[in-house]
Write a new protein. Structure first.
Length: 559
């Protein structure tokens, strides 16, 4: 018998609360979200975290995310949390894993619960501008304030120091920050925590949540990212992510999945006696009716109808839902969040249809098919000559999704890609997917700074070789314009080199690479190059390949 959470809003405040408290704690809600400028006030916390091993910067070891002898040691995470009073046992949680879509699904679901009036904690990764983005608490959904983060660290530092010593320095940046997020959620008496797994699921540091605290598990998609760390195959990735499914707790799967991958998830659910809900169930229907624009930004008008009559019956009918996150993949993420919210409603949570609609419509995520405003493009010095789209796509699947978005919303005029990637991604498959959509006129390759360092950056010259090979394989005529700088842009625009790679009579695509790490100067270069081909139409510049590229753009705009 599936247990229910007695969680009317009035009851929720006291649900699963522990007795661990500390005096003088600053309320996260009272502290507010704050902007990136507050990071300068993190002081000792930033310095402390910088000394910890950071796999986002150095790369994840082979097999680290598998449930094997090579996998991360969840025991040390449990021991750290025990020193902090086991804060992760003090609140119910929704645990979300998946190759793509887990951040968007977490954002959709968090906003749905906030719209209903719940005190929501949300933990995601990575961040764009400030590490504080990874934690939000309360009704606003904004980043936790520097004061709150500094305060919680101050109360936990002695226990963390002891744990690092007892673990011979093995505790990582992600483990410590995850523990701090759980401690904050406990101190803030959150009604529910939405927790995004970092890598895989089974051996991820977030996967200390037991069935007694788990409201539901969510697995969004299964793709080829982090193959080496997760066992080397799609099947091993599915097994790793299915590790978040817990005994007799419902699991929502997004998809669509191939039959063999879905079977792995269903087998795990069967073994744990966990009811399973599919966002691709025949009773789930969703469609994008049209793309509209509001204040210079596009949104998709969607219908979402869910009629599932399995062991957990779900029903909702929403028409003309204005989803600001673009693309069929984001509509599917919205459907997955809807199914999760409806499942929680069946478990006793008070969640109205109007809160579901409002939460979906309110959700925005920087770096996910984000069009810069006219003011922002003006700051870049483009003066309306080009639109700019930034997207953190860095896998084959996300490249296809981005290509579909461009196909849907691209204005008339030429197209440029500015791409920088980490060195452990599927560079050729990524390039092939983007080249299979609307054909770009300009491709500029650059070196992305990954987590503040360059050890994981793919060299721009190597990326250029990949893109030329991908263009040749698709019969696309291109011209290699070599290594460029902003000063060279006007010259290049007026002297197109001879085409290579194809006998096509089409105007050849220009491919070049930057001589320096990425900066917004390269966007201005792309704009100058597009002006030579625009024929009066506004061009589109798409910055992609890594969320760290997006972070660089947004960070330079803020400065």
């Amino acid at each position: 018998m599936l247990s229910r959470f007695p969680v009317s809003l009035g009851r929720a405040r006291g649900l699963l609360r522990g007795s661990v408290r500390c005096g003088g704690f600053v309320s996260a809600v009272a502290g507010g979200g704050g902007g990136g400028g507050e990071d300068g006030h993190l002081g000792e916390f930033s310095e402390y975290m910088e000394r910890l091993r950071n796999y986002e910067r150095s790369g994840v070891p082979r097999g680290a995310g598998t449930d094997s002898d090579d996998g991360f040691d969840l025991g040390r995470m449990r021991r750290l949390l025990r020193c902090l009073g086991d804060p992760h046992t003090h609140f119910p949680a929704v645990h979300i894993a998946g190759t793509k879509g887990k951040g968007s699904t977490a954002a959709f679901l968090s906003n749905i619960m906030r719209e209903q009036g719940y005190n929501v904690g949300c933990y995601t990764s990575p961040h764009l501008l400030t590490i504080r983005e990874r934690i939000s608490v309360g009704e606003s959904g904004g980043p936790v304030s520097a004061a709150v983060l500094r305060n919680i660290f101050g109360h936990a530092k002695e226990a963390i120091d002891q744990s690092i010593e007892s673990e011979d320095g093995a505790l990582t940046h992600f483990e410590v920050f995850t523990a701090l997020s759980y401690l904050l959620f406990s101190r803030e008496n959150v009604d529910i925590a939405i927790v995004e797994a970092g890598l895989g699921g089974a051996r991820d540091a977030t996967n200390v949540i037991q069935s007694t605290e788990l409201a539901a598990s969510v697995i969004t998609t299964i793709g080829k990212e982090h193959l080496a760390a997760l066992g080397g195959s799609l099947q091993s990735i599915a097994v790793a992510k299915s590790g978040i499914i817990k005994q007799e707790r419902p699991v929502i799967i997004g998809g669509p999945f191939s039959s063999d991958i879905e079977q792995i998830l269903r087998d795990r659910a069967f073994l744990t006696q966990s009811p399973i809900i599919s966002a691709c169930d025949p009773g789930v229907r969703s469609i994008t009716r049209c793309i509209r624009w509001d204040c210079g930004k596009p949104y998709q008008s969607c219908d979402i109808i869910i009629e599932i009559s399995n062991n957990i019956p779900l029903f909702i009918e929403l028409h003309d839902v204005k989803i600001q996150l673009l693309g069929d993949h984001q509509r599917q993420n919205a459907v997955t969040a809807c199914c999760t919210a409806l499942c929680l409603r069946e478990l006793g949570w008070d969640i109205s249809d109007s809160s579901i609609r409002a939460g979906l419509e309110k959700t925005q995520l920087p770096g996910r098919s984000q069009f810069l405003t006219e003011e922002e493009t003006s700051v870049l010095g483009l003066d309306g000559a080009s639109s700019v789209l930034v997207d953190g796509a860095h896998t084959e699947a996300s490249a296809k999704a981005l290509s579909d978005v461009i196909k849907t919303v691209k204005p008339r005029g030429p197209l440029a890609f500015v791409v920088g990637m980490a060195n452990d991604k599927e560079h050729f498959a990524f390039a092939e997917q983007l080249l299979s959509g609307p054909r770009p006129d300009i491709v500029l390759l650059t070196e992305a700074s990954i987590a503040g360092g360059r050890s994981r950056s793919m060299p721009a010259s190597s990326l250029k070789e990949v893109w030329m090979t991908a263009a040749h394989s698709q019969g696309i005529s291109y011209s290699d314009i070599g290594m460029i700088t902003g000063i060279e842009a006007p010259i290049i625009a007026s002297r197109r080199p001879a085409a290579t790679g194809s006998s096509s009579s089409d105007t050849p695509m220009l491919i070049g690479c930057s001589s320096a790490p990425f900066s917004c100067d390269l966007i201005r270069v792309a704009s100058r190059l597009l002006q030579g081909q625009a024929d009066g139409d506004t061009g589109l510049i798409c910055v992609a390949g890594s969320l760290h590229m997006v972070s660089s753009v947004l960070g330079q705009l803020r400065q």
